[in-house]
Design a protein around this ligand. Structure first.
Ligand SMILES: Cc1cc2nc3c(=O)[nH]c(=O)nc-3n(C[C@H](O)[C@H](O)[C@H](O)COP(=O)(O)OP(=O)(O)OC[C@H]3O[C@@H](n4cnc5c(N)ncnc54)[C@H](O)[C@@H]3O)c2cc1C
Length: 442
């Protein structure tokens, strides 16, 4: 146990997120090594009238993690607190990066059931905004949480689970950093497993026509559609007994590094300099990735390196609305003539019971639009957002959107429960920032 005096940086440099579209000038930066140090930092900030905000890996595109108050960097909170093999749970520090967590779990012969595309986020950062992958029955990272340790605005270190402080648990798993600083998380885990990935090109009409069957027939189904073309890259990941047949190093370097990162980066830069080339580049790119199958440890199949910087907006729709909404996005792209240089990604998740999860209460499909960093995205995102809103969509909390508390009050059945909980545990808005004022209200 450390003393309750955390390391403090009083003249911190400007903080920037991964995409480079958010920046903040915190008053000070604190890197606590224990929940007690988090507690003392919160109490001290309160005595100075400063806001407090924990930040993870800075991989949100919204200003959700911005603060001009005390920035808490939980990267020192990475200890393993408990491993309960019988219960199938592990409790770890909230600042651990997902990649380190995956490696740790693999060492114990364990794995998470599902995860998103990358593994660089912190555990608390990823779960706080509802980070998800794609799954027929398995949900987001937050849906795999079984318990939390969280330091509240009054400095109290508290724990919650389905049977202890159940309301806090329902709210805080996707808590947007609004309810407290999460210091430890207990995740459900299972024995390590192999996934077989099957990736192949398909025509968009064929994917949309068989969307329900593709979702039903695969444990993890997703696809990328390349705007300006009818081409998609369809990905199906399903468990197999083994043996594993990983990609050869050469194929990984060709597909995941050279084509998906190196050549794609070059294509984006050419498109940025000469927007009229974008449709031709899209036709070429969409044909460059050929069919492939391989199998590997689950987290190596779920995640891949993302080196090309972009900004993103993603909406969660009721599953039944997804194909119609995507057809409308295609019609808009074709009619507008806008040069769209990034594929559109579609994933699914089962409904869950987390109050602010984008899949709360309904089987969900996600439609994500991206643009290469530094290229105009405003009109594209605005028009796509209109389509998503018309379908009752819910934006990812960490990705670009313009919705506000009034919208969310209609969109989330338990929104009022969340804001009432926030009123109880953070009446002075110690964890507030401009983003939370917009999406949760004052
Ligand atoms: C390249 C890339 C790929 C991505 N892929 C996916 C994907 O596949 N699926 C998906 O759903 N999203 C994806 N995202 C979005 C990303 O997962 C989320 O925005 C996530 O929240 C980022 O995690 P982070 O650790 O960077 O947290 P940050 O962005 O730093 O913080 C996010 C929120 O968590 C809060 N927070 C952080 N730590 C704590 C703590 N200890 N206690 C309380 N609150 C805390 C912050 O205050 C903030 O509100 C991607 C983003 C990028 C840039």
């Amino acid at each position: 146990m450390s003393s309750a005096t955390p390391a403090v940086s009083k003249t911190p440099p400007t903080w920037r997120n991964w995409a480079g579209n958010q920046s903040a000038r915190p008053h000070s930066v604190i890197t606590p090594r224990s929940a007690e140090e988090v507690s003392s930092a919160i109490r001290k900030a309160a005595s100075q009238g400063l806001a407090v905000k924990a930040v993870g890996a800075g991989h949100s595109f919204t200003s959700v993690a911005n603060t001009d108050g005390v920035q808490i960097r939980p990267e020192g909170l990475t200890a393993v607190h408990a491993l309960d093999r019988a219960a199938g749970t592990i409790t770890v520090g909230s600042g651990m990066r997902l990649s380190d967590f995956n490696t740790l779990l693999a060492g114990y012969g364990l794995a998470l059931t599902n995860m998103g595309d990358i593994q660089v986020q912190s555990l608390a950062g990823a779960t706080s905004t509802g980070t998800h992958g794609t799954g027929r029955v398995s949900g987001s990272l937050a849906a795999q949480i079984r318990g939390m340790e969280i330091v509240l605005a009054d400095g109290e270190i508290t724990t919650c689970s389905a049977t202890e402080n159940a309301e806090l648990f329902a709210g805080a798993r996707v808590g947007l950093g609004a309810l407290g600083v999460v210091t430890a998380l207990t995740f459900a885990v299972e024995p390590s497993f192999l996934l077989e990935a099957h990736e192949e090109p398909m025509k968009l009409d064929a994917v949309l026509g068989s969307f329900d069957a593709l979702c039903a027939d695969n444990e993890h189904f997703e696809f990328y559609w390349f705007p300006h073309t009818d081409n998609c890259n369809v990905k199906r990941n399903n468990r197999i007994a083994g043996p594993a047949k990983p990609l050869s190093k050469a194929r990984f370097l060709l597909d995941d590094e050279l084509l998906s990162n190196g050549v794609f980066s070059l294509a984006c830069r050419i498109g940025k300099a000469a927007p009229r080339t974008v449709p031709a580049i899209a036709r070429l790119s969409s044909r460059a990735l050929s069919a492939r199958s391989y199998s590997d440890t689950s987290h190596k199949v779920f995640t891949s390196p993302r080196r090309v910087r972009f900004i993103e907006m993603e909406y969660a729709l009721a599953r039944a609305d997804a194909t119609a909404a995507l057809a409308e996005v295609r019609a808009f792209v074709e009619a507008s003539g806008l040069p769209i240089n990034f594929p559109v990604e579609v994933r699914v998740a089962p409904g869950d019971d987390l109050w602010l999860s984008t899949a709360s209460g309904r089987d969900t499909a996600y439609i994500a639009v991206h643009m290469y960093k530094g290229t105009p995205h405003e009109r594209y995102f605005t028009e796509v957002e209109k389509i998503m809103v018309a379908h009752g969509g819910r934006p990812h909390w960490g990705k670009m959107h313009t919705r506000d508390a009034e919208y969310f009050a209609r969109s989330y059945p338990r929104f009022a429960d969340f804001t009432a909980l926030r009123d109880r545990v953070d009446p002075e808005r110690r964890f507030g920032n401009d983003y939370l004022r917009r999406v949760l209200g004052d």
